[in-house]
Design a protein around this ligand. Sequence first.
Ligand code: E4P
Length: 218
Amino acid sequence: MKFFLDSANIEEIQRASAWGIIDGVTTNPSLIAKEGAPVEDQIRRISGIIDGDISAEVVATSAKEMIAEGRLLARIHRNIIVKIPLVPEGVIAAGALAKDGIRTNVTLCFSAAQAIVAAKTGAYVVSPFIGRVDDIGWPGVEVLSDILAIYRNYGFKTQVLAASVRGPLHVVQAAKAGAHIVTLTLKVLEQLIQHPLTEKGLDQFLKDHREAFDLTPA
Ligand code: E4P
């Protein structure tokens, strides 16, 4: 299972990258907007930190413009995956970009039906937003599992990326379902590592060690 960081913030990406467990980055127009720099500049900076797939999303709304924008984004770096929203114009654009050999991440996917369409465009990745599905009262992980089962039935090559992940439970559920990739905020990544029993156990080990060898506490 690949771990991507869901962020466009350089400091966060550097911190997460230091742990050596991040395989890529996902961004979206809202995350880029928070950083206040043009998408090309921010994506170029991210490409200098992470040597893995980096998703950069188009903001155009017509297929023609999405294709043009996608081609420009793909030229920024060899690791760029062009993110295309799962709307009718996006379906046209994703198919055209895939035919050009440009890898796409078909995003804003909320149903298995939409994910079938994404696979048919030849998408490299599809991003079901499991947290946002939960928000409307339906189990997001169920949608994720359905997509994975359908893709297995037909041997679709599109990788399934669990997005909009709200906590460690989502990560475990996505892993059990067999998601190829999970994208995480820095907060969720930190939560994955932390466990109160680990901290308690470590405190005790260090205390016992200090007492046995008469060392002054740090
Ligand atoms: C994925 O690529 C999206 O950027 C992201 O996971 C959306 O998450 P949110 O629902 O927390 O905004």
